[in-house]
Write a protein that binds this ligand. Structure first.
Ligand code: ADP
Ligand code: MG
Length: 370
């Protein structure tokens, strides 16, 4: 591997609160996970492009910069659309890449709602920046990674995942106002309060690509139009939502408007140094809203949340786009085993495969390793 010139790491994320708010121009509060994708990258000057991943062992791609520009993407394995989309996007924006060699390896479970996709595309984007285009800003990196996912993979995600992977810092939640791009790092030191954040990957893959996500986005746009505002973020009074004639749009809007409020509430409490136990009920309220009003939960997610709460979690909710994926639970450090066992038992009783569990701490955003 004499082409190797460096290694870059970009993390996955969990959103403490603020689900389906990003594409409504609202607020989110994610943290980076101690799980990520490592991109080992090297410069080529012969116009060749080679990408491989330990997680896609039979799907190495060899092509050329000119080849990428002339179509034929449908022949390429889906996973490779993420790194190749990032490469194309650099080119399209006028940054010249004379060739590139990328070898990827990740620890974020794929399709678990923990954003392995943004970890993948962001790790490639920061590697290419350092190698070929050092003037590119973080904001543009986020946009490049998101475009790779939106245009070259075809998943219409908002800006949350890529922003979290690039902008989060160790020990903090990232409070992001998606409309203005304003960010604030809010300390989140669970250890100090004898708390732990558990993540359960329920193993039921989320199914965003299959259209539900786009449907929700369209419903939000329709609700905003009916309310006479550009985005649901702009609803000033939640009573306005209750006056929406269409019951489906009313429920969708109710989730988004109340979720923005929950993000602001949690950010305010933590900013003021409150014991994080106090945010537990708000996290759980977020789950109920996603389950009943936004209708993006799944039996595995509800089972994990209910079991965690019954076993003593202060708050618990599904994270990510929904229809499967992962759940978080805020628990006392000495209750981690009890809550984990309770969730495992509930899964066994329901006939679901055992979930994977992780205790996570707010970790560093994307950076160069060596
Ligand atoms: P999530 O982002 O929640 O994990 P997505 O469906 O958005 O779920 O992205 C998962 C997809 O990202 C995988 O199916 C795969 O195509 C790609 N991916 C993520 N990490 C890797 C990796 N380390 N190697 C290859 N492909 C990956
Ligand atoms: Mg993703």
């Amino acid at each position: 591997m004499d082409w190797t010139v460096g290694r870059w790491l970009a993390p996955g994320r969990v959103n403490l609160i603020g689900e389906h708010t990003d594409y409504n121009d609202g607020f989110v509060l994610p943290m980076a996970l101690p799980l990520g994708v490592t991109c080992t990258a090297g410069i080529r000057t012969d116009g060749a492009v080679r990408v491989s991943s330990v997680q896609a062992p039979c799907d190495e791609v060899e092509t050329t910069m000119t080849g990428l520009g002339s179509g034929g993407w449908s022949e390429l394995p889906t996973w490779a659309h993420y790194p190749l989309g990032v490469i194309r996007e650099f080119e399209r924006r006028g940054y010249e890449l004379p060739g590139v060699e990328l070898a990827l390896d990740g620890t974020v479970p794929l399709g678990a709602g923990l954003s392995s996709s943004a970890a993948l595309s962001c790790s490639v984007a920061i590697a290419l920046r350092d190698l070929y285009a050092p003037s590119v800003s973080d904001a543009e990196i986020i946009d490049i990674a998101r475009t790779a996912e939106n245009v070259y993979v075809g998943v219409p995600t908002g800006v949350l995942d890529q922003s979290a992977s690039i902008l989060c810092t160790e020990g903090h939640l990232l409070f992001l106002d998606v409309r203005t791009g304003a960010t604030e790092q809010i300390p989140f030191d669970l250890n100090r309060f004898g708390l732990a954040l558990l993540v359960f990957d329920t193993g039921s893959p989320h199914r965003l690509v299959e259209g539900e996500y786009s449907t929700r986005r369209a419903e939000c746009a329709a609700a905003a139009e009916a309310l006479g505002v550009p985005f649901l973020r702009d609803v000033r009074d939640s009573a306005d939502v209750e006056r929406l004639g269409d019951p489906l749009l009313r429920r969708r809007a109710r989730h988004v408007v109340s979720e923005d409020f929950r993000v602001l509430l949690v950010a305010e409490e933590l900013r003021e140094g409150a014991d994080p136990r106090s945010i537990g009920p708000t996290l759980t309220a977020g789950h109920i809203s996603l389950r009943d009003d936004y209708e993006v939960s799944a039996p595995e997610l509800d089972t994990a949340v209910d079991a965690a709460l019954a076993a003593g979690a202060y708050g618990s909710r599904m994270v990510g786009g929904g229809f499967g994926g992962s759940v978080i639970a805020l628990v006392d450090v000495d209750q981690v085993a009890t809550v984990t066992d309770a969730v495992r038992e509930a899964f066994a009783r329901s006939g679901f495969d055992a979930p994977r569990d992780f205790v996570v701490t707010p970790s560093a955003g994307a950076h160069r390793l060596d």
